[in-house]
Design a protein around this ligand. Structure first.
Ligand code: OFO
Length: 177
């Protein structure tokens, strides 16, 4: 059974993941409004991933006898100056989420809760890819500058991303389509 302090930490992480989903949905709508349909689709896939993360953590919490708490989900920003500003926000946000996950990993070790430690380490490792993806897109956008033709090429590339449920064997998690 998970200890109350770790239960609260995981519950807060559920909230953080659902906020992430909300933020990416807002970003997806912004890109759609700017005519960047590929970027909008990439960000929507990110919304789907974050929703799945929230539900996956929620299921883990219940399986460990924890008590989910339901704090309000903060209203995300909805305007960015440019695609570059948006992806810089993505990078900052993902670095923040990484710090939250590292804190849960440290608390799990302190509490000698190896199950929670192992569970949360999947997320810690996943963040390496998420931070790297954001940095790569930032570099591309910096190179593109004000070249709208190259921006549309990048937009088409981003539009090729498809959602793959990272937890297909976890039947208790509703599919986020
Ligand atoms: Fe939940 O993966 Fe990034 O934030």
């Amino acid at each position: 059974m998970i200890r109350p302090n770790l239960s609260e930490a995981v519950s807060k992480q559920v909230n953080a993941e659902l906020y992430s989903a909300y933020l990416y949905l807002s970003m997806s709508a912004w890109a759609d409004r700017k005519g960047l349909k590929g970027m909008s689709s990439w960000l929507y896939v990110q919304y789907q991933e974050e929703s799945t993360h929230g539900l996956h953590l929620y299921r883990f919490l219940l399986d460990r006898g924890g008590t989910p708490e339901y704090w309000p989900i903060e209203k995300p920003e909805s305007e960015w100056e440019s695609p570059l500003a948006l992806y810089e926000h993505v990078a900052r946000h993902e670095a923040h989420v990484t710090a939250l996950l590292n804190d849960i990993a440290s608390l799990s070790m302190q509490e000698k809760d190896h199950a929670t430690y192992q569970f949360v380490m999947w997320y810690v490792n996943e963040q390496v890819e998420e931070e790297s993806n954001a940095e790569t897109i930032i570099q591309r956008l910096q190179l593109i500058g004000s070249n709208s033709g190259q921006l549309l090429t990048l937009d088409a590339e981003l539009g090729a991303r498809v959602f793959v449920n990272p937890f297909p064997m976890t039947g208790a998690i509703p599919t986020v389509a």
